[in-house]
Design a protein around this ligand. Structure first.
Ligand SMILES: [Fe+2]
Length: 180
């Protein structure tokens, strides 16, 4: 399973702290252990159930969010120097983990991806935090998982969480808007 997770997420290598890299990888492994989905499913299922016939897979979208978030964080650091401290490891780890809880939110029935009974009770920000805490992921990164979606609109997001929230939504809302 470890090899499968590493293959899904080459971006794990962008995390410079080896302990954090291990915690993030373990969270994905734990998610698959508890999930009806397999690593191969993530290259096929849509990244959202809110867009009919969504043309982008889960992995395409989630990797895109990691790339956007990292580049945005680097640009902000470059242009604004030390005015706004941003931790790049936190950005990359948080972006890799925001949707790990979808492993416990989705299920596949007769080839169709749908929200499971558990997913209706606990959307992925909640189960994502649970998985991450089980694997020792630090609180500032659990904060990002918790606050990345609309559930986090009542939360005062950290700078890293703001970056990832916007990276996620700027690459999701255009699809949702086109579907209207
Ligand atoms: Fe999400």
């Amino acid at each position: 399973m470890r090899q499968a997770v590493q293959k899904l997420w080459p971006e794990l290598d962008w995390i410079t702290d080896p302990e954090l890299r291990e915690q993030v990888a373990r969270t994905w492994i734990k998610g698959f252990e508890m999930s009806p989905l397999t690593p191969a499913d993530l290259d096929e299922i849509p990244f959202t159930l809110l867009v009919p016939d969504c043309p982008v897979t889960f992995m395409q979208h989630k990797r895109c969010v990691v790339w956007i978030a990292k580049r945005a964080a680097e640009a902000m650091r470059e242009c604004m120097a030390d005015a706004l401290p941003i931790d790049l490891d936190t950005v990359v780890a948080g972006a890799i983990l925001i949707d790990v809880g979808k492993l416990l939110e989705y299920e596949k029935v007769k080839g169709e991806t749908r929200q499971s009974q558990r997913g209706r009770s606990l959307r992925h920000p909640f189960t994502g935090v649970a998985l991450a805490m089980m694997c020792g992921v630090p609180d500032p990164i659990c904060h990002i998982i918790a606050a990345h979606s609309h559930e986090g609109d009542l939360v005062q997001r950290s700078v890293e969480a703001e970056i990832i929230h916007h990276a996620d939504f700027m690459s999701f809302l255009p699809f949702k808007n086109l579907a209207k």
